[in-house]
Design a protein around this ligand. Structure first.
Ligand code: NDP
Length: 461
């Protein structure tokens, strides 16, 4: 843990992320009494403090509603500093607005090309002393650029003062993967290669690139969601139990697991591109960028030797849903049902849009014959009050708790996994919008039942 922040500086306060996520999170933190420090917003637009406060109100009205009591706490704390990040005078003004704070938290909600400019500006103006920094995604474009970014940050900040956002780690159902595994004694004995045949993680989006062609065409599915969000989910499913209650030990175990992930080869990956992608504004005419990826990840530990983790993400698929399916091994002999009847035992963790955990099992079908049916026991929980990822993560960063942030080691290890398949791959297979990706995606999965496609009625996959 690093020390609690006594001021929050929002670089990029006029931007899209601040409007959609950060102001709503600040309102929730203010309501919870967790935001008792000045909040200084910095951007180029010629705004006043009053305009920043009006903008905050607009953001809240558009994202979940204004809570007048919470906004009355938040608004007086908001200050605006106008200036270009290339201009040293901007940082002198930030320093003046921050006095007498000793431990500011600088949140870089800005284009990644400006991360170094802002950090160096802060250092030159003396605003980095005793400070910590939140870095938005994407953290690098490949292994080399992530290493360079880590090296730059480490020149000025200790690792404990660097908070790299992966908002997936702030999601309740994602945290629950870890909780469920280690808070229930029946899980641990079967959570290994003796009992688990394979694991599938699917992040399906029914929508396309929504006007973000220029951004997406430089990134693609593997960089956008696999390297970060889905490998983090795999790490939570596969890591060992933290040895103590302290937040650092959970992060240490996650780091260890990342190091055991085997780098992908071209044979492990099938890429796809939805038909019509190249006609989207901002996308290059002959673009070979993937909007879909299906891959087989192996984890080289005693626990997981030989157990494939199948990961799949794509745009313009039939549904929007993120789901984990853990397939248990079949019984050694089929004594009741016909051979290969039913689809086996499995756990299913729905992470979005709804949240549930289910156990699929076979039970005897009513009637004289000793044959079975698949049934699914679903535990569903809905809580309108649950914390949003940004509320959780900003709150943790203000407290100095980095356990739900990506470490330099894990980020570099995750890039090491995907780096070999970021370039020099065969062209992506074209798939029709509304389908489960290119035909070849089926060949990634060796299991008899193939991919388990999420359905939106909560029914059997
Ligand atoms: P925007 O382009 O909407 O906002 C950029 C912000 O940076 C604006 O406030 C802009 O100020 C400011 N800015 C840019 N250049 C300068 C400069 N030279 N000097 C001063 N201010 C500058 O970006 P987003 O909000 O969309 O994204 C911010 C970060 O968050 C990025 O790293 C992005 O990858 C990440 N992110 C965004 C998500 C989203 O949904 N938007 C989702 C996940 C991550 P002004 O306009 O006043 O000039």
């Amino acid at each position: 843990m690093t020390q609690r922040a006594d001021a929050l500086v929002l670089f990029g306060v006029t931007g899209d992320l601040a409007f959609k996520q950060i102001f709503p999170a600040l309102q929730r933190l203010a309501r919870a009494g967790a935001l008792d420090m000045p909040v200084v917003g910095v951007a180029r637009s010629a705004w006043t403090d009053a305009e920043l406060r009006a903008h905050a109100r607009e953001s809240l009205a558009a994202h979940g509603g204004v809570d007048e009591a919470a906004l009355a706490r938040l608004a007086p704390r908001l200050r605006y500093v106008e200036g270009d990040y290339q201009d040293p005078a901007t940082f002198a003004r930030i320093g003046a607005a921050l006095a007498p704070a000793m431990h500011p938290l600088h949140y870089l909600a800005i284009p990644p090309s400006l991360f170094a400019t802002v950090v160096e500006g802060l250092v030159a103006a003396g605003c980095a002393n005793g400070a910590s920094v939140v870095v938005e995604k994407p953290f690098g474009h490949d292994l080399a650029s992530a290493q360079a970014l880590n090296a730059m940050l480490h020149r000025y900040f200790p690792e404990t003062a660097i908070f790299r956002i992966d908002h997936y780690l702030g999601k309740e159902p994602v945290e629950n993967l870890l909780y469920f595994r280690f808070a229930n004694a029946f899980v641990e004995p079967i959570w290994n290669r003796d009992h688990i045949a394979s694991v599938q993680i699917t992040m399906a989006e029914a929508f396309g690139i929504e006007g973000r062609g220029r951004f997406y065409d430089e990134v693609g599915a593997i960089r956008d969601v696999v390297q970060n969000h889905l490998l983090q989910v795999a790490a939570l499913l596969a890591m060992e139990a933290p040895i103590q209650r302290s937040p650092e030990t959970a992060r240490d175990e996650r780091n260890r697991l990342f190091r055991a992930m085997r780098p992908l080869t071209a044979r492990d990956v099938v890429r796809g591109q939805f038909a019509g992608y190249r006609d989207e504004p901002g996308v290059a005419a002959g673009s070979q960028m993937e909007t879909f990826a299906a891959l087989r990840l192996m984890i080289d530990t005693w626990r997981w030797e030989g157990v494939p983790f199948y990961i799949r993400a794509g745009k313009k698929l039939p549904v929007t849903s993120t789901e984990v399916v853990v397939d248990l091994k079949r019984p050694p002999l089929t004594v009741f049902d016909p051979v290969n009847a039913g689809s086996g035992n499995r756990f299913r963790f729905r992470l979005s849009p709804d949240v549930f955990i289910s156990l699929q099992a076979r039970v005897k079908a009513p009637g004289e014959r000793m044959v079975g049916d698949d049934v699914e026991l679903i535990a569903r929980r809905q809580s309108p009050d649950q914390m949003t990822p940004y509320e959780k993560l900003i709150g943790d960063a203000l407290e100095g708790d980095a356990s739900l942030f990506a470490s330099s080691d894990s980020i570099e290890a995750a890039w090491r996994v995907v780096d070999p398949v970021l370039a020099g791959m065969p062209p992506p297979g074209v798939y029709a919008p509304g389908t489960w990706g290119p035909r070849d995606a089926a060949r990634v999965v060796a299991e008899p039942d193939g991919w388990h496609n999420p359905t939106l009625d909560g029914g059997t996959p």
